[in-house]
Design a protein around this ligand. Structure first.
Ligand code: OFO
Length: 173
């Protein structure tokens, strides 16, 4: 059975992961409106991954006879000054999420909660990937600067990101 402190912390994390999905979906809408459908497709995959992340915590709480509680989500930002600014915001958000995972690891250690410690290891590695993939797009967009042709090329490249694997029992891509 999951302890109350860990359960509350994981419920809070479900909210963070769903807020990530909500933020990235807002970026999808922004990128679509800018006519950058490849970037929007990349961000759609990111949105789906976030929902899968939330479901991992959801399943973990349930499997340990806990009670999932869905908390209110913050309204995401709607506009960015440029695609570069949107991806910079995504990168900053991933750094924030890495911090929340580190905090959860601390709680698991303090509570001596071994199942949570093991489950969280996947997220520690996943956050390295999450930060890396968003930072790479930021660097790519910084390199092309104001080049319209460069933007079209990056849009095409990002549109080739494979879809997230369907989530089963919290399995994420
Ligand atoms: Fe769930 O990793 Fe991004 O936010």
């Amino acid at each position: 059975m999951i302890g109350k402190r860990m359960q509350d912390a994981m419920n809070e994390q479900i909210k963070h992961e769903l807020e990530s999905a909500y933020l990235y979906l807002s970026m999808v809408a922004y990128l679509n409106a800018e006519g950058l459908d490849g970037m929007a497709a990349w961000m759609t995959v990111q949105t789906q991954e976030e929902i899968a992340h939330a479901m991992r915590f959801f399943s973990h709480i349930n499997e340990r006879s806990g009670r999932v509680e869905l908390l209110p989500l913050a309204q995401p930002k709607k506009e960015w000054a440029s695609p570069l600014e949107a991806f910079k915001a995504a990168y900053a958000h991933e750094q924030f999420i890495s911090g929340t995972i580190d905090d959860l690891v601390k709680v698991a250690e303090e509570e001596n909660d071994n199942p949570a410690k093991i489950m969280l290891q996947w997220f520690v590695s996943e956050q390295v990937e999450e930060e890396d993939s968003t930072r790479k797009v930021v660097e790519l967009l910084e390199r092309i600067g104001d080049s319209g042709h460069g933007l079209v090329m990056v849009d095409r490249e990002l549109g080739a990101r494979p879809a997230a694997a369907p989530s089963s029992e919290g399995e994420a891509a």
